[in-house]
Design a protein around this ligand. Structure first.
Ligand SMILES: NC(=O)c1ccc[n+]([C@@H]2O[C@H](COP(=O)([O-])OP(=O)(O)OC[C@H]3O[C@@H](n4cnc5c(N)ncnc54)[C@H](O)[C@@H]3O)[C@@H](O)[C@H]2O)c1
Length: 259
């Protein structure tokens, strides 16, 4: 008999924390985890609009004390912790010449150190779980050279390497660590980028065309991959990066006929 609670994909009885769970990929993930039976706490800069039954906890991932307090509150309210989704992140645009040191520190502080702080705070609880899983939201930017994303890519490259190192460090404690690598996903983040473009329609068409499937990834498609990696159904999966990118990393197409 399988020891999986609630069936192959069921998350019944499991307790999850999602950072950046108030918007986009994080909100879709939080909802899907809850739909599959997990109890879910969202840690976000501004979590107060999250729908029931999600538990809202405010924290700034740049502040270790704030992260520790939120993770402790989450574990207290949930009665433990089985799943940690390190998803919160911020963007940066530019070549290596463009971003001042202050911006490098700020973006890496959220995107890399935020993951470190939350995981560090969660590990004592995860060690007590028999279905412990960490899933990091990485990016296609970690595995492909994208123009104008030097700082953002450096941070996501660090998240990819950190995922592998953490998977090795904690495998014998029964804690699995994986990441998802989304392509460009249709979230409020990308809406903000498009709004800031000179020609938003042309920019959207260029982003759609860059992915072989010809469209942006949806937040739910990324969420489904995160939920799989977080679930007991992925009990033999650790140290992997699951691309959800419309074929962007793996495929090399010839131009479409007539294009
Ligand atoms: N949208 C994309 O195309 C795309 C592609 C690849 C990877 N990603 C990654 O997916 C993740 C989520 O992106 P999204 O598109 O859903 O973005 P989003 O802007 O819709 O959501 C990000 C959430 O993180 C929270 N957040 C930001 N800084 C924080 C901080 N210091 N402390 C706590 N919370 C903070 C925000 O309040 C927000 O709710 C990010 O890590 C991003 O790098 C996004």
């Amino acid at each position: 008999m399988s020891g999986i609670r609630g069936g192959m994909s069921g998350l019944s009885g499991l307790k999850a924390v999602v950072t950046g769970g108030a918007s986009g990929i994080g909100l879709a993930t939080s909802r899907m985890l809850a739909e599959q039976g997990a109890t879910v706490a969202v840690i976000d800069l501004d979590p107060f609009g999250v729908p029931e039954p999600l538990i809202a906890l405010q924290a700034d991932l740049r502040d270790d004390a704030s992260v520790c307090a939120a993770v402790e509150a989450a574990a207290g309210q949930l009665g433990g912790l089985d799943i940690l989704v390190n998803n919160a992140g911020i963007g940066a645009v530019g070549t290596v010449e463009d971003n001042p040191d202050e911006e490098w520190h700020r973006v890496l502080d959220v995107n890399v150190l935020g993951t470190v702080r939350t995981t560090r705070a969660a590990l004592p609880y995860l060690r007590r779980s028999s279905h412990a899983a960490v899933v990091n939201t990485c990016s296609i930017a970690a595995t492909a050279g994208l123009p104008q994303r030097a700082l953002y890519s450096a941070g996501k490259g660090a998240v990819l390497s950190l995922t592998l190192a953490m998977a090795a460090d904690h495998v014998r404690e029964g804690i699995r660590v994986n990441c998802v690598n989304p392509g460009t996903a249709d979230t409020p983040w990308v809406t903000r980028l498009l709004d800031a473009a000179d020609d938003p329609e042309a920019e959207r068409a260029a982003l759609d065309a860059r992915q072989p499937l010809g469209r942006l990834v949806t937040a739910d498609e990324v969420a489904a991959a995160v939920v799989y990696l977080a679930s007991p159904a992925a009990g033999s999966v650790t140290g992997i990066a699951l691309a959800v990118d419309g074929g962007m990393q793996g495929l090399r197409l010839r131009p479409a006929a007539g294009a």
